[in-house]
Design a protein around this ligand. Structure first.
Ligand SMILES: [Zn+2]
Length: 262
């Protein structure tokens, strides 16, 4: 019996080996041509919404290969740091914390709206329903249960905290965000699962009461902020995977966002 089990196991292993040898290109089998990483790399230079006295991101090497035989570090950072996800619990008590967002909401069709031309000359630009209508005129209706991201072009400022925050002499920041009407249309009219942007906040820089945050999160729609590389993502037809760190009780978390390109 044991010999027979062994023989079957051996044949299976051999079959798998041969199959692997003749496996066609992985991209072909998955049906995707490529992957676009929509995530900024985390480091100490990451711009933050609030200006803190001490560095928001701290990293300490706790083991080295020379000394310990392996390399490891300890990190400390805010939940809302770098490319990150806002969970509904960020603004509304009793709503999903980041670990509670159902996994099936984290993979979705991706629509990328480009308003970078409108942002030139108006840092306080607010994405409008007209911008969404213009996208739909070209690409058709945004599929229900999508994740919608807007490219404002702001990520070209990522390497300068000053330019990315773009605060005036009174400390008021100026960067683009979503208008309330656009958010209402996406959430109610297109049933989006998540909304993303390549700036520090879904609400535009001067906002004091964050109406889009209040609205989206109350409707169980998660938000993705400081999204990267949207100029490389397809405007339509892509699939996005949104993989936040699964922090129990978290108001949000750093997130790895990948766009799969068909
Ligand atoms: Zn946030």
């Amino acid at each position: 019996m044991k010999i027979r089990t062994f023989a079957i196991g051996y044949i299976l292993a051999l079959a798998l080996f041969l199959f692997a040898q003749h496996r066609p290109d992985a991209a072909e089998t998955s049906g995707f041509r490529g992957v676009v990483d929509l995530t900024h790399t985390i480091n100490a230079q990451v711009p933050t919404y609030e200006l803190a006295a001490k560095p928001a991101y701290r990293v300490k090497t706790v083991a080295t290969i020379d000394k310990d035989g392996y390399f490891a570090r300890e990190i400390s950072l805010p939940e809302h740091f770098g490319t990150h996800l806002d969970a509904p619990a960020h603004f509304v008590q009793g709503m999903w914390t980041v670990d509670q967002i159902p996994a099936e909401r984290l993979i979705a069709p991706l629509a990328v709206i480009d308003v970078s031309a409108n942002v030139k000359g108006n840092a306080d630009y607010q994405i409008s329903v007209e911008d969404i209508a213009a996208w739909e005129h070209v690409h058709g209706q945004i599929p229900l249960n999508s994740v919608v991201m807007t490219r404002t072009g702001w990520d070209s400022r990522w390497n300068s905290v000053k330019d990315y925050r773009n605060a005036d002499s009174k400390g008021v920041m100026h960067f683009p965000g979503y208008s309330e009407d656009a958010a209402h249309f996406l959430v109610e009219g297109r049933k989006v699962l998540g909304i993303g942007i390549d700036t520090l906040s879904i609400d535009y820089g001067p906002s004091k009461d964050f109406p889009v945050h209040q609205y989206d999160l109350r409707h169980s729609v998660y938000q993705l902020e400081n999204v990267a590389n949207l100029d490389h993502a397809p405007a339509s037809g892509g699939i996005v995977t949104v993989a936040p760190m699964k922090l129990e009780g978290g108001s949000g978390a750093p997130v790895r966002i990948l766009a799969l390109v068909r």
